[in-house]
Design a protein around this ligand. Structure first.
Ligand SMILES: [Ca+2]
Ligand SMILES: [Ca+2]
Ligand SMILES: [Ca+2]
Length: 748
């Protein structure tokens, strides 16, 4: 019985592979519709808890007309056999193919599965179409689309799914508007249309009764003449900090939407009966206007409840779009009556799995501070890259590569600096600015996180735009780990290694310090020099033990990668500072120095200098017993709270900081203290499953909101990419400083 199933699955896999091979040889006889499978709104593979619902939706992109002729199939391969979807019979178990439609039919988007209670195991879903309506699969002209789901209780697989979901959250579709300031938005410049450009207004941050998420758009028209808004890509030049309208006169300022199936949005009237036209691609008569002819709903009558409207766009030439959405109303249509209505969730059906991007650090779209809603911190993304390396499936390695590519892109495409520095954070969403946005004359520069104030000004966070030495060092470690653990070609590895060297050279050139015991200073703070900020960034003068631990390992490993002894000397320069911060009498590291670069800062006692101290230096420097640092953490930062045991960031013990707890687990495990490691690991696994703000997958950063660090930031009850990545390290006993072990790493 089991063997039969196994054989059957292999047969089916061969069926799909055969179809792919045929397609690759180009023997198709007709243009098939594009079939796209979404699982819970996501492309690709998803991992589910047994209790989690699964929705399987089919998107279709008709190439010529929605009516096609042929055979259409939907197949689910599962551990309990194969199932075929039929319109009347739901999913039926069958060992032979069952076509859902045979003949001529509309390939309309449809939901094929919407349920809970799937059994544990792997599920593969296929949609297949061939042009001969004979009820048989015709191998020579079969189009297949596949997606997979895994139902499991494995904590690592579930945690990785959290990273996947966050990584893809802005790229499952191509958004025009999701929420105010959402980094996934495009065509972000609304420009007035109509005589005198008056009589219309919009509130892009309306919060009452929205269709989806935190905000929607409230639109008004005063009932006189006509008017509306066009959502433009716009342009940005020189020192401008806000985009300017472009109605089709500027070349190189369009967005390529090729592959989009439909433009979909949600709309409702304030009272019902409002008459509006919704459209896109309206700029058709200008030299650099929309390449696509206008699509429009025509004038439609709104209802007081939300309606979902979709406009097919796949038959248009979408390679150069400057107007992604718009609306108008007119006195003639409204009978001279003023109207108000709402729009939300405006997106083109177009996945972007390969778009360069970083992960939002906190999965908290309703959170109080915009930089935590949307900022993708460099450190968290270095960790996410490494988390994928701990489970090197082809899918995970592809994601690690995309993050490595994003780091390389970031170091080469700053909007201002060309000296190898990274910023502390980037915007989630597309990493590059859109075409036509050229701050300081540069194209494709990286987007930094920000938000609009109520008066419309765009604001950025001082920490996010700064460059701290430790964050650069973590990016170097991420690239070095990718080079060591991936099977890239030597040429490609050199690309990542060279980018790591440019980052390291920035640290050496700008942060090497001769005061006191040497080492490297904290980095540079604030915004680059502009007309409003002529002084530019400020050099930080304090020195951090953590930063120097990161720099020490990064430089040592660069020396090994490049064979260049200069990096060894630089690593030793960091090491001298580390030696001065080790307190032999107490058996622990201090946090670093104050601004004079000499006087130790004894006001703050973080635990992670000791976990990182152990992970970075044990086995490198045999003259000190860094295990004593772990005992210091056990004695000074251990917290039991609400049934959980773990560690605080500092020694006031106001709650559990799970990222640090995971660091302790890795360190204790590598120190041979497996029982203690196992104890805290079990508490983390329970926290993953039980935290109120969690989803059974992510790690919520702390057991309390505003967990103190002793420094000028706190941790809260928010799902955190960094904590989730460290959780994966803890379960995999992965040391991010020396993933192959120090002995192996330092062998000649
Ligand atoms: Ca057929
Ligand atoms: Ca919304
Ligand atoms: Ca604390």
């Amino acid at each position: 019985m089991i063997n039969e199933k196994f054989l059957h699955r292999r047969e089916m896999a061969a069926w799909v592979v055969a179809a792919m091979v045929v397609l690759a040889t180009g023997e198709c006889v007709a243009t098939p519709p594009d079939l796209r499978i979404r699982l819970n709104g996501r492309f690709g593979a998803v991992t589910l808890l047994p209790s989690e619902p699964l929705t399987l939706h089919l998107q279709t992109v008709p190439r010529q007309s929605p009516a096609v002729s042929g055979d259409l199939w939907f197949l689910a391969l599962t551990s309990l056999g194969s199932f075929w979807y039929t319109d009347n019979q739901w999913w039926v178990a069958s060992s032979t193919p069952v076509p859902v439609r045979s003949g001529s039919f509309d390939v309309t988007p449809r939901t094929l599965l919407n349920g809970v209670g799937l059994w544990e195991g792997d599920f593969s879903f296929y949609a297949g179409w061939d042009p001969w309506a004979n009820g048989l699969i015709d191998w020579s002209a079969l189009t297949v689309e596949a997606a997979s789901a895994r139902v499991t209780t494995d904590p690592v697989a579930l945690a990785l799914d959290h990273l996947n979901r966050v990584m893809d959250s802005e790229h499952n579709d191509f958004y025009v508007y999701k929420d105010l300031d959402d980094p996934g938005n495009h065509f972000v410049l609304p420009a007035r249309m109509g005589p005198m450009e008056r009589g219309v207004s919009m509130d892009l941050g309306w919060t009452n009764g929205c269709f989806q998420g935190r905000t929607c758009i409230r639109c008004t028209f005063d009932g006189i003449d006509w008017g509306g808004f066009a959502f433009l890509n716009g342009t940005l030049e020189g020192n401008q900090t806000a985009p300017q309208p472009n109605w089709g006169t500027v070349p190189g300022a369009g967005i390529d939407l090729t592959g989009a199936a439909r433009l979909c949005l949600a709309v409702r009237g304030e009272t019902g009966g409002e008459r509006v036209e919704l459209f896109a691609f309206s700029i058709n008569d200008k030299p650099y206007g929309d390449s696509a002819r206008k699509v429009s709903t025509g004038f439609v009558t709104l209802t007081p409840s939300w309606q979902r409207l979709c406009l097919p766009v796949a038959d248009r030439d979408l390679h150069y779009i400057i107007n992604g959405f718009g609306w108008v109303s007119s006195a003639r249509e409204t009978g001279g009556r003023p109207i108000a209505f709402y729009v939300d969730d405006i997106s083109f059906e177009k996945p972007g799995p390969n778009v360069l991007r970083f992960l939002r650090s906190y999965d908290d779209p309703a959170g109080e501070h915009p930089v935590f809603r949307y900022g993708a911190f460099t450190y968290d993304n270095a960790l996410a890259l490494m988390a994928y390396l701990t489970d090197p499936t082809p899918q995970n390695m592809a994601r690690a590569k995309l993050l490595a590519d994003a780091l390389v892109y970031a170091v080469d495409h700053d909007r201002f600096f060309t000296d190898g520095r990274l910023r502390n954070a980037y915007a989630a969403g597309d990493l590059p600015l859109p075409n036509g946005w050229k701050p300081h004359g540069r194209e494709g520069t990286t987007r930094l996180p920000g938000w609009s104030e109520p008066d419309g000004r765009w604001v950025e966070d001082a920490y996010a735009v700064s460059t701290h030495t430790g964050n650069v060092a973590w990016a170097i470690l991420a690239l070095l780990n990718y080079v060591e653990l991936s099977s890239e070609s030597p040429e490609q590895k050199a690309v990542y290694g060279n980018a790591a060297q440019r980052m390291a050279q920035w640290i050496e050139n700008h942060c090497r310090d001769s005061r006191g015991a040497g080492g490297y200073t904290g980095g540079y703070q604030g915004w680059e020099a502009t007309a409003n900020n002529p002084a530019g960034q400020t050099k930080l003068l304090w020195k951090s033990t953590e930063h120097n631990l990161d720099v020490f390992v990064a430089f040592r490993r660069l020396a090994m990668l490049t064979g260049d002894p200069a990096w060894l000397e630089r690593a030793e320069h960091a090491k001298r500072f580390l030696d001065s911060m080790w307190q032999e009498s107490e058996g622990r590291f201090l946090i670093g120095t104050v601004d004079d670069g000499v006087t130790p800062n004894r006001a703050v006692n973080p635990m992670d200098v000791n976990t990182w101290g152990y992970l970075a230096l044990a086995g490198v420097d045999g003259s000190k017993d860094f295990r004593r640092g772990l005992d210091w953490v056990l004695n000074r930062a251990q917290v039991s709270q609400a049934g959980y045991s773990g560690f605080d960031f500092n020694d006031d013990r106001d709650g559990i900081w799970w990222e640090g707890t995971a660091q302790m687990v890795v360190a204790l495990e590598l120190a041979g203290r497996a029982d203690e490691a196992s104890f805290y690991r079990q508490h983390m696994i329970r926290w993953q499953a039980e935290a109120l703000e969690g989803d059974g997958k992510a790690i919520v950063a702390a057991t309390v909101d505003h967990l103190t660090t002793g420094l000028d930031w706190t941790y809260g009850r928010k799902r955190h990419v960094g904590a989730t990545a460290w959780f994966i390290f803890a379960l995999k006993s992965f040391n991010p400083f020396w993933p192959k072990g120090i002995a192996a790493a330092t062998a000649p």
